[in-house]
Design a protein around this ligand. Structure first.
Ligand code: NAP
Length: 291
């Protein structure tokens, strides 16, 4: 079995790492805040003091941190992976970051004969715990084939979507799809409610037809019950929408629905709701019409 390195034990990283341990992989792990390592160390992971130390001990090094600059820091920065990884090793970045930053990192790693896959995920903390994530992979096909057994422990679907950066591009497509659908769910719910239709009945009547979606079936009932606890936080969604809008601009495209939902989420953040779940979007539409 390949020796695995794991960097970033946050909401997503911790359960993903635990699943790899349960599958029998030998893991060296690092987290910036050392205390978050306890859970995985108790289950058999070896503790490392830096990303470089993880790289030194591993054949495949996985990262799942926050944004583009964080991935740059753990891979290219001081004590970063690039300074200690063996030639022939693979870095798999599972964070959601910029496709162009990903391409640049892959180029720098390849100069040292280190391969890279961008493999962002969808499915949230529930999917991370269950090992049922959707994983969208950019990079060389033969490198993915080598890493497939490892990725299949964490994901139900692992799809090769193209070369470096394309995994991140597909993840940004995913974020356009979820956020614009979320806005449609909010609008439909408000129309139902103001017309006197029970929102839960509207959801039941529509979710198995052409309008069915994960957002409608999962976020719709939460909106109806005024449950705004985060599954996926608005602040993180806004990071992803910023990345998608930057990519749209880089490609001289227009994405008006994406821009609108980004503005509505900004209003939520201005009202102190950034750490609530994305179903809180409905509050910004309610405020528009003083509901
Ligand atoms: P999180 O709980 O905030 O965890 C982030 C992790 O990254 C923490 O371990 C943090 O270390 C580490 N980190 C951040 N910046 C770092 C840096 N500069 N150097 C070293 N470590 C750094 O976030 P998460 O929810 O697990 O999300 C991780 C990634 O997955 C993000 O890109 C997110 O967009 C993506 N994602 C999340 C979800 C979701 O539902 N949560 C779903 C799909 C994709 P500390 O412990 O020291 O802060």
């Amino acid at each position: 079995m390949e020796k695995i390195g794991f960097i970033g034990l946050g909401i997503m990283g911790q359960p993903m790492c635990v699943n790899l341990l349960k599958a029998g992989y030998s893991i060296t792990a690092y987290n910036r805040t050392d205390s978050k390592l306890e859970t995985v160390v108790k289950q058999g992971a070896k503790r490392a003091d830096s990303p470089a130390q993880v790289a030194k001990e591993s054949d495949i090094i996985m990262t799942i941190v926050t944004d583009s600059e964080d991935v740059e820091q753990v891979i290219l920065g001081q004590d970063g992976i690039i300074h200690a990884a063996k030639a022939g090793s693979v870095v798999i970045d599972m964070s959601t970051i910029s496709p162009s930053v990903t391409q640049d990192i892959a180029k720098q790693l390849s100069k040292k004969d280190i391969d890279m896959l961008d493999a962002p995920v969808s499915g949230g903390d529930v999917g991370a715990r269950a090992g049922t994530l959707a994983i969208m992979v950019g990079g060389k096909k033969e490198v993915l084939e080598r890493c497939m057994p490892v990725l299949e422990v964490m994901g139900k679907t692992v799809t090769h979507v193209g070369t470096h950066g394309m995994g991140q591009t597909v993840k940004l497509c995913n974020q356009i799809l979820v956020s614009v659908t979320n806005m449609a769910v909010c609008e439909a719910l408000l129309l139902a409610k103001k017309s006197g239709v029970d929102p839960d009945i509207m959801i039941k009547a529509t979710e198995n037809g052409a309008a069915g979606s994960w957002q409608l079936s999962n976020l719709g009932p939460k909106m109806a019950e005024r449950d705004f606890a985060p599954g996926f936080m608005i602040d993180l969604q806004q990071k992803d929408l910023r990345l998608a809008l930057e990519r749209v601009r880089e490609l001289s495209l227009a994405s008006p629905a994406l821009a609108l939902v980004n503005q509505l989420f900004s209003s939520c953040q201005a009202h102190g709701e950034g750490r609530e779940g994305t179903q809180t979007l409905i509050k910004s539409l309610e405020r528009l019409v003083n509901l």
